[in-house]
Design a protein around this ligand. Structure first.
Ligand code: 5GP
Ligand code: ZN
Length: 114
């Protein structure tokens, strides 16, 4: 989508600090990190939220989860642990309407979230 900030990152119109990329997905550092390690993992295809995921998109989401072991090892957070979160919709606190998974690590994280 032309006005979507994450589509612009995929297209290189907005710069990002990439940590992983393949033909289907992209991972880059969050602009406002909430933990020592805070990256986002997104499908390159514009999908508004997890609520919109269809059969075809489900494969891309599965691909993200297949790739997480690679990313966490690369970032050195696999041993200590980490958290993967997707905020959905207004009550979920989603501010960018393009599916993304927050990957947080590098410190002990509180639970439950607010
Ligand atoms: P949400 O609030 O939708 O769960 O998460 C959106 C995340 O995207 C936020 O953590 C925010 O810091 C991050 N973000 C928003 N715009 C940009 C951007 O232009 N570049 C990067 N790297 N992160 C962004
Ligand atoms: Zn988008």
């Amino acid at each position: 989508m032309s006005d979507c900030v994450f589509c612009k990152i995929v297209q290189g119109e907005i710069p990002s600090n990439k940590v992983y990329e393949d033909d289907k997905i992209l991972s880059f550092k969050d602009l406002n990190p909430e933990a020592p390690v805070h990256v986002l993992i997104i499908p390159k295809k514009h999908i508004a939220s997890l609520t919109e995921v269809n059969e075809e998109d489900a494969e891309i989401i599965a691909h993200i989860f297949k790739t997480i072991p690679k990313i966490v090892k690369e970032l050195g957070i696999d041993k200590d642990g980490y958290r993967v979160v997707s905020n959905c919709g207004e009550f979920g606190g989603q501010s960018v309407p393009h599916v993304h998974f927050h990957l947080l690590g590098g410190r002990s994280l509180n639970w439950p979230p607010g």
